[in-house]
Write a protein that binds this ligand. Sequence first.
Ligand SMILES: [Zn+2]
Length: 106
Amino acid sequence: MTQKAKTGKQPHIPMRSCTGCRQSKPKKELIRVVRTPEGTVEVDDVKGKLNGRGAYVCADVSCFDQAIKKKAFDHVLKMKMTEEQANKVKDGFIARLLADQEENQR
Ligand SMILES: [Zn+2]
C-alpha cells in the first residue's frame, strides 16, 4: 500500500447510463446520439463535437435496438423519431462501431 493519492484529486470518470440497457458506464465507452439544433439526429464522432441534446448508448447494436424499441430516444432527446430517422441513425451507429473496431485493431 504505497500508492497514496496526494494530489487530492481523484481521477474522475464521467459516467452515463445507456439509453438501451440503462447500465451506467464510463462516458467514453458509450456512443452519443445527438439531436442537433437543426432537428436532425446524428451519431457523434469520436471527438464528441456535435452540439445538441445527447443520448448515450453502449457500443452495442442490441442496446441501440432496445432503445428504439422502448422509444427511449424519443424520451431522452425530447422528440419523435420517425422510423426512417431511426434507420438512418442506426446505419450511422453501425458505421461508428466498425470505425471504432478498426481503430482498436491498429
Ligand atoms: Zn447498453
